[in-house]
Design a protein around this ligand. Sequence first.
Ligand SMILES: Cc1ncc(COP(=O)(O)O)c(C=O)c1O
Length: 427
Amino acid sequence: MPPHLLPLTARTGPGGRLSVGGVDVLDLAEQHGTPLFVYDEEHLRRRCREAVAAFGDGVAYASKAFLCRAMAALVAEEGMCIDVSTAGELHVALAAGVPPARLVLHGNNKSEEELARALEVGVGRIVVDSFDEIALLHKLTGGHGQTSTSARRPQVLVRVTPGVEAHTHEYVMTGQEDTKFGFSIASGAAAGAVEALSSSTDVELVGVHAHIGSQVFALASFVKAVEVLARFFLPLGLPELCLGGGLGVAYVEGEQAPTISEWAATVHHACAEAGIPPATRITAEPGRAIAATAGITLYRVGTVKELPGIRTYIAVDGGMSDNPRPVLYGSGYEAFLPRATDAERPLQGTVVGKHCESGDILVRQACLPADLVVGDVLATPVAGAYGHSMASNYNKVTRPPVLFVANGQARVVVRRETLDDLLRLDQ
Ligand SMILES: Cc1ncc(COP(=O)(O)O)c(C=O)c1O
């Protein structure tokens, strides 16, 4: 497996047996069962540190990529803020002990309860997405900017759409004109929102936010966004500009993605070129670039079905319930056997899950070692973002546990769901 698709501390021992964080992953599969998410804690920490070094204080981890209490705590320890976009993400971050001032609340349709909770605990920033939300903020702050518990007016950013089409899948493209997110610059809605927010006594408008999409490889898309945003942002004289997340990561052989540092250098350069004052707080919200490559998923092969002249199906014990990305976006992944990480992979097949759908595909064109047998542990790398966080109980499959590994130790940070967990909401 190419090293850049594996977590940073991945090493191979005799015969190509894989360890991560000094822990043998086949032993983990034996002890904890499969499917299993394994995260390299050092990898996560280094990506967070890189983001803080590159963007400075205020850079936030987009928790939708992967969130549990251990992850929120790790991210906060490493100095990142956290972007939460629902009451649930807010709840988990608070439960992890993250100071509310380090949280940024997002959402295109924040409920009154979500906004009220965010105001009550005093989140650091609210990214305002609609005129209805402005009205709701007015209602909740009683029109005088303060909730019963807050000492100051909530600080808000206005989310705008720069009209830039990022080169990515249409479902994760968000900066174009036709979108449910934010206020359009071109239509004048963004100017209207700024007018409403800056003349309001309810909130303090501190900046502008834009997020052009996710899994974006072309840094030129971010440069284009900065150019459009600068024209809107400069006359406002606001102290903060958040460029969202979206930096892509390599999922398959042959792909290469810019690093967080390269991304930051490019946007900083673009901001300077566009005349944005150096004192401006330029922030970002990477999710995938922090978490994706840190995680691998381990499955066990249950059956191999060879359809002569058609294809070979390799079925594993998870599927679209632990990784819906291939079904949702047609995303590509690699697959390998961690007992022989560096082995030749001449066997072509399709790795499928155990769900009752023909679309339940994890790796459409997998290459695997020729000696693969039923019972083998099969791994998919770059599984740390939008896998566990998008996991479901479809077919009443229990969701896998999550382990963090570091310094030769593994710790369970999310336990495996039990069959009884599947009943816990039934009345
Ligand atoms: C507002 C916002 N910020 C940040 C992100 C994180 O994106 P990524 O994980 O691609 O970095 C997203 C993802 O959808 C988002 O909607």
